[in-house]
Ligand binder design. Structure first.
Ligand code: ADP
Length: 161
């Protein structure tokens, strides 16, 4: 039987417990998940792609069937190169929906074989975004319940004066 693979694309600057929760739950549905970090996504990321990949690897070491890669260019081309037709995305609040709907529709129009699968966030992580985390740590705030330990340490070091 073919292994079922899903690709979870995003910026992951940095990966949070909300992302990890989506991946862990997706592994009950899929055999493998590739967390795909978009190169050149945000203009001034806090963490380089290399750092983001390392943090994802450390934060998913306890999960079987996950790996992290970077990709550049169109997601549909990256999916093709992996022989994969499933995009995994997380949904938090209603405001995510419009953007996600646009993305999923665009990808499906470029390649009708592609399906986007959404998992709803767990209640604890509804308001958790990478940007809230970056903002908090940049001003000396700590959110250890919302980020993996490696990310917590990396954020403290990054913003150390
Ligand atoms: P992007 O910049 O492409 O939105 P992110 O790294 O912010 O990338 O997020 C990647 C995916 O993870 C998106 O589908 C986003 O909705 C989802 N996600 C982010 N934070 C959470 C969370 N707290 N709970 C569930 N899904 C989340």
């Amino acid at each position: 039987m073919n292994k079922k693979l899903a690709i979870y694309p995003g910026t992951f600057d940095p990966v949070t417990n909300g992302h990890i929760d989506i991946v862990a739950r997706a592994l009950d549905i899929f055999d493998e998940v590739i967390i795909a970090v978009l190169v050149n996504g945000s203009k001034e990321p806090v963490f380089s792609v290399k750092e983001r990949l390392a943090l994802i690897n450390q934060s998913t070491a306890h999960l079987r069937g996950v790996k992290a890669e970077s990709y550049d260019g169109l997601l549909v081309d990256y999916l093709k190169s992996k022989n994969c037709n499933v995009v995994l995305r997380g949904l938090r609040v209603a405001t995510d929906l419009e953007y996600e709907f646009q993305l999923a529709t665009a990808n499906n129009m470029m390649d009708p074989g592609i399906e986007t699968v959404f998992l709803m966030t767990s209640a604890n992580y509804v308001f958790l975004t990478s940007s809230v985390v970056r903002e908090a740590y940049s001003h000396g705030g700590l959110l250890p319940k919302f980020v993996p330990p490696a990310v917590h340490e990396a954020l403290i070091n990054k913003f150390k004066k």
